[in-house]
Design a protein around this ligand. Structure first.
Ligand code: AVI
Length: 321
């Protein structure tokens, strides 16, 4: 056991911080208005996301956790011990805790854009796992991914849980996977969680939970825009609308204006007609085969896929080829 401060290192790659105001003005000015889902996660949004994950209807989180728990020995066998374990978009590093004791990586490298949060969570982890080296990297995982130091012979494995990959359109998803592949290098691995195509009723319920957490999470975007940009959205006059688009194999989340209304941000006016939509998120669902094809386009080869009995969710181990 060593002092956690000796095992913790921080590397700041100074990611460009997105311009919230410019992004919102651009999205709302579009002929089909949209708001990027990356803006869901302010303090209230992150709390609501936790409530969603714990809700009865939202099966992905608990199913992925149970797949990892049930298959941990097999997972360790495939990944190999003593790897360098890298997590793009690590957040609170919740799911990696399921792997650490069994995997015993040489070091865990969480990557997150939010500096303060990353530092807090990474230091907590180093204190909790008294043997673990934690090398936190402040960077934007949707941009260029580079390790802060050169490691030659060590097996590098990226961990990308939660079906976050589904929030990217397939062409963008390939780019994100390509960046991960370049970071782990030839022969490096990727352990990734992906939500599966299934009965539309299960999907529709998961994004329309009875407690209303997803609706509040969606509407919180407007609360945030009002607070941070001094806008005047009448939040109550927008309705959460989420449905499974069977043709495109994706959940679409929208905010629908319940009446004609005008919103002002800075000196710009936005007119929303009754029933007009603001698109807030896509969540793509894959079959195991379709996802493997997508990863092949990014230069990965499928090694092993684990699913639950009901085939709700999948966890893939891929190797960069
Ligand atoms: C983070 N992401 C994988 C979630 C999803 O299911 O697409 C975000 C979410 N949106 C509504 N509920 C959960």
């Amino acid at each position: 056991m060593t002092d956690s401060s000796q095992r913790y290192q921080f590397f700041d790659q100074h990611p460009e911080i997105a311009d919230f105001r410019a992004d919102i003005l651009q999205g709302l000015s579009s002929s089909e208005p949209y708001i990027s889902p990356k803006y869901f996660y302010d303090e209230a949004g992150s709390r609501l996301f936790e409530d969603i994950c714990n809700s009865e209807e939202y099966y992905p989180t608990r199913t992925e956790v149970s797949i990892i728990r049930d298959c941990i020995d097999d997972i360790v066998e495939f990944l190999g011990k003593d790897c360098l374990l890298i997590e793009p978009g690590s957040g609170d590093s919740y799911k990696v805790r399921l792997l650490l004791d069994a995997l015993r990586p040489i070091a865990y490298l969480p990557i997150d854009i939010s500096k303060r949060y990353l530092q807090d969570e990474a230091q907590k982890l180093a204190a909790e796992f008294t043997w673990l080296n934690v090398h936190a990297i402040c960077a934007d995982f949707t941009g260029k991914l580079e390790l802060p130091y050169h490691v030659k012979s060590t097996n590098k494995v990226a961990f990308f849980p939660g079906s976050t990959i589904g929030n990217f359109a397939p062409e963008q998803a390939v780019k994100v996977l390509e960046e991960i592949r370049m970071m782990v290098g030839n022969g490096g691995g990727l352990l990734i969680g992906v939500d599966l195509q299934k009965d539309a009723a299960i999907l529709n319920a998961a994004y329309n939970d009875k407690s209303g957490y997803t609706a509040e999470f969606n509407k919180n975007l407007l609360v945030r825009i009002n607070r941070e940009l001094g806008a005047n959205f009448d939040v109550e006059q927008f309705q959460h609308y989420a449905f499974y688009n069977e043709e495109q194999h994706r959940i679409e989340m929208h905010l629908i204006s319940m009446q004609e209304q005008q919103v002002v941000i800075d000196d710009q006016d936005f007119l929303f007609k009754k029933d007009q939509s603001i698109l807030t998120e896509y969540s793509h669902k894959y079959s195991v085969e379709k996802f493997q094809q997508l990863t092949e386009q990014a230069g990965f080869k499928s090694v092993k896929t684990w699913t639950d009995k009901e085939q709700l969710f999948s966890v893939h181990y891929l190797i960069s080829s």
